[in-house]
Write a protein that binds this ligand. Structure first.
Ligand code: PGA
Length: 240
């Protein structure tokens, strides 16, 4: 794991944006794994600015988002598809047919998402956040390391953390569909960002504890190309 610690979220997001632009420049066709949540809002904002300045194009990019809530109507502003539209897709030249989310139909074959990713050549760079409970995507504590895309019941801690995006706690969905831990580990390169002191303990465990499904992020220790991007608050227990 390469660990990069920045003074602030602003500087960290600048680094992540630069890394994304380099990846998009490198190759004619790029498969990006994308994350939602508060962590990536400023990175996507920078990316949109770079696009508007003509520094990057998305016309050769395919995207695969990590996860999606179940039980929200498609026009709900907090679906992850709508989050991505608002923060990135609506502002750049990505072809609509290149945007992918895990299936959300009630009787969906969730593993079809893994097959689709594989058929398109696999993910080149996967962005990740981390939950204060050590989850990656919506792989909550206890999710096996060999899991593929699946439906999951969200932890109460996750629902509480995401309450800030909804009017009331009761409005936060109970279920989601998420890439599995093994799906994530298949990516050629992984970049995980974490900001703020509420992430410090999960970040310490991810880096220092023996890999254990009770802290899903510890699975990343098994991957050969992982960059962890932290601000000082999230890094405080790593430095100690
Ligand atoms: P956040 O969520 O970016 O909103 O903190 C990250 C996560 O729960 O994985």
């Amino acid at each position: 794991m390469e660990i990069r610690i920045f003074k602030s979220e602003v500087e960290a997001s600048r680094f992540v944006c630069k890394r994304l632009i380099e990846t998009l420049d490198e190759s004619r066709s790029v498969n990006l794994g994308l994350a939602t949540g508060g962590t990536y809002v400023s990175t996507y904002e920078r990316l949109v600015d770079a696009y508007q300045r003509g520094e990057v194009t998305f016309n050769h990019v395919r995207t695969f988002n990590l996860d999606e809530y179940l039980d929200l109507s498609p026009d709900h502003p907090q679906t992850y598809r709508n989050f991505m539209q608002r923060h990135l897709f609506a502002h750049v030249d990505i072809p609509a047919q290149n945007i992918h989310f895990p299936p959300t139909d009630e009787h969906a074959d969730y593993s079809a998402y893994d097959s689709l990713i594989e058929a398109k050549g696999g993910i080149d760079l996967q962005l990740l956040g981390i939950g204060a409970n050590g989850h990656i995507a919506f792989n909550e504590p206890g999710t096996p390391f060999d899991s593929r895309t699946h439906r999951i019941k969200l932890d109460e801690t996750t629902r509480r953390a995401n309450q800030r995006f909804f009017k009331r706690f009761e409005d936060v969905p109970h279920y989601a569909v998420t890439m599995g831990v093994a799906t994530i580990l298949d990516a050629r390169s992984i970049l995980l960002s974490a900001f703020g002191e509420e992430k410090a303990e999960a970040v310490r465990a991810m880096i220092k504890d023996t890999p254990d499904p009770q802290t899903p992020a510890t699975a990343l220790q098994k991957h050969p190309d992982v960059t962890i991007v932290l601000d000082e608050a999230a890094a405080q227990k790593v430095r100690a």
